[in-house]
Design a protein around this ligand. Structure first.
Ligand code: ZN
Length: 434
C-alpha cells in the first residue's frame, strides 16, 4: 500500500521537481562518501573543539591586534599635544609622532574638527586621524619606529532632500518638527526675509516646500548643503527662490523670472522686536495726547538692541534732535532716505558723511526724546515724502546679467520641475487609501 502511494505521488509530480529531488539525493550521497574519506578534515574539526591554553590565547591576541579607539572634538585652547596627553599617551610617543616626516600637516588644528586615535596595548598610537567637517584631513600610521603622515580626502556625494511644511505655529518650529535641520531653516529665513517679515507676516496654514542638499561620505551624512529651491506660500502669495551660481563665482537666489530676491532694503531695522505702532496718518500721540499723524513704524525692543541700516547709503545726520531724541538719517540714493529715532546710543562708527552697508549696526534702541519706553521709530522717505515702510515696494538688487540668463533658465526649469514632482508624490501619499 505504502509503496503504491509513494509511486502515485512520484507519478503526479512534475518531471522538473522529480529531477531536482534526484539531484539533491545524489549530492547528499557524494558529500557523505567524500567526507568519510577526507581524514584531514576530521582532524581540523577536532583541533577547533580543543580547549586553547593561555599561551595560545596570547599568540592569537597578538595576531588580532586589539586597539582602543579614542576620539575628541577640538576645543578652544586645545593643542595636539594636550589632546594626546589627555588620552594618557606618554611624552616619548607623542614626540615620536611630532618628529616624524610631514608632522607639520598636524601643526594647525582647528576648533570643531575631530581627532581619532587607535591605541595599542601599551597605550601608544597605532594610527591617528585628524578630520574636518567634510571627513578629509590628515592620517598618521605607525611604520616601524616612526609615523607615515599624509593628507587624505574623502569623496563627497550630494543628495537632494525634499520637505513640505504646513505652518501651525512658527515657520521655524513647524520646520523642526518635519526634521529640517536648523542651518537649513536659517537659510530659508534669509532667502525669504526680503519679502516676508517672519515675526509679523506668518499665518497658520502658510506653507513652504524646499529642496536642499545633504553631503555624504561613505553613505553617511556629514553636513547639510545649500537650499536649491524654496517655495513659500504666505497669505496666499507664492514666493519662489532658486539658488544660482553666477559667473563671478558668487551664488545668489533669484525668483523664477530671474529677479534677485535680495532687495535694496531690509524689511525691519531691528531683528528681535514687535511692531508697537504702525504708520497712521491720524493717531493720538502717547506722550502729547493730541491727534498727530504717525509718520513711521515703531519697533518695541529691549534697550540696547542693535539697530541696523536697512540699506546701503551715507549717514546724513547723527545727533540729538528734540522729540526724536538721538536721531540718525541715512541717504540711500537721490530718491530714498531712512530716519531712526529715540536711540539710546550711536555706534562709534556712525558719523555724518560715513558710508554704511545694509545690515550694519548704526545705533542701539533706547527711549531718548519723546518716548514712553524703549523703541525704535523708523521712517522711510521716497522723494522727500513720508511712506509706510511696511507697504512700500522696495527696489530690487541686481538682476541676472544677460550672459547668465540662458544658463539660469535651464537651472530654474530643472529644479522647479523636480520640486513639482516631489510635491505630486508627497500629496498623493497624504491621500488616505481605501
Ligand atoms: Zn513712532
Amino acid at each position: 500500500m505504502l509503496v503504491n502511494k509513494i509511486v502515485t505521488i512520484f507519478r503526479n509530480f512534475p518531471k522538473r521537481h522529480f529531477a531536482a529531488i534526484l539531484f539533491f539525493l545524489l549530492m547528499l550521497i557524494s558529500i557523505g562518501i567524500l567526507g568519510n574519506f577526507d581524514l584531514s578534515n576530521q582532524k581540523k574539526e577536532s583541533d577547533l573543539s580543543k580547549i586553547l591554553d593561555i599561551e595560545q590565547l596570547d599568540q592569537l591576541a597578538q595576531i588580532e591586534q586589539i586597539y582602543t579607539a579614542r576620539e575628541t572634538v577640538i576645543k578652544r585652547n586645545d593643542s595636539l599635544f594636550s589632546i594626546l596627553k589627555n588620552f594618557g599617551i606618554k611624552n616619548e610617543n607623542i614626540i615620536n609622532l611630532i618628529n616624524s616626516k610631514n608632522s607639520n600637516l598636524l601643526s594647525s588644528i582647528e576648533i570643531g574638527d575631530k581627532i581619532k586615535v587607535n591605541l595599542d596595548e601599551n597605550n601608544e598610537i597605532n594610527d591617528l586621524l585628524y578630520i574636518d567637517d567634510f571627513q578629509s584631513g590628515v592620517r598618521a600610521e605607525r611604520f616601524e619606529n616612526t609615523y607615515r603622515i599624509n593628507k587624505f580626502k574623502n569623496k563627497l556625494e550630494k543628495i537632494n532632500i525634499f520637505k513640505h511644511v504646513v505652518i501651525q505655529d512658527s515657520m521655524y518650529m513647524s520646520g523642526l518638527r518635519e526634521g529640517i535641520p536648523d542651518s537649513v531653516l536659517m537659510d530659508v529665513v534669509y532667502i525669504n526675509g526680503w519679502d516676508i517679515d517672519f515675526t509679523h507676516d506668518i499665518r497658520p496654514g502658510d506653507s513652504y516646500s524646499l529642496i536642499y542638499e545633504e553631503i555624504l561620505v561613505d553613505g553617511e551624512k556629514v553636513i547639510d548643503g545649500n537650499v536649491l529651491i524654496s517655495e513659500f506660500i504666505n497669505k496666499g502669495k507664492k514666493i519662489t527662490s532658486i539658488r544660482f551660481d553666477l559667473t563671478n563665482g558668487k551664488s545668489e537666489y533669484f525668483s523664477i523670472d530671474g529677479i534677485n530676491v535680495k532687495k535694496a532694503f531690509l524689511r525691519s531695522p531691528v531683528k528681535l522686536s514687535h511692531i508697537s505702532s504702525k504708520y497712521n496718518l491720524r493717531r493720538r500721540h502717547p506722550v502729547l495726547h493730541t491727534i498727530r499723524s504717525h509718520n513711521g513704524v515703531d519697533y518695541a525692543a529691549s534697550k540696547g538692541s542693535p539697530v541696523r541700516a536697512t540699506g546701503d547709503g551715507t549717514i546724513s545726520f547723527a545727533e540729538y534732535n528734540g522729540g526724536c531724541g538721538n536721531e540718525i538719517k541715512i541717504k540711500h540714493s537721490e530718491d530714498y532716505t531712512t530716519r531712526y529715532c529715540h536711540l539710546d546710543k550711536f555706534n562709534s562708527s556712525t558719523k555724518v558723511g560715513r558710508k554704511v552697508k545694509q545690515g550694519q549696526t548704526i545705533g542701539y534702541v533706547g527711549s531718548t526724546g519723546l518716548a514712553t519706553g524703549p523703541h525704535l521709530h523708523y521712517e522711510f522717505h521716497v522723494n522727500g515724502k513720508h511712506t509706510d515702510p511696511l507697504r512700500v515696494q522696495f527696489p530690487n538688487a541686481t538682476p541676472i546679467k544677460s550672459d547668465d540668463e540662458i544658463r539660469f533658465n535651464q537651472v530654474a526649469y530643472n529644479i522647479a520641475r523636480q520640486l513639482n514632482n516631489y510635491k505630486d508624490i508627497s500629496l498623493k501619499e497624504e491621500v488616505p487609501s481605501g
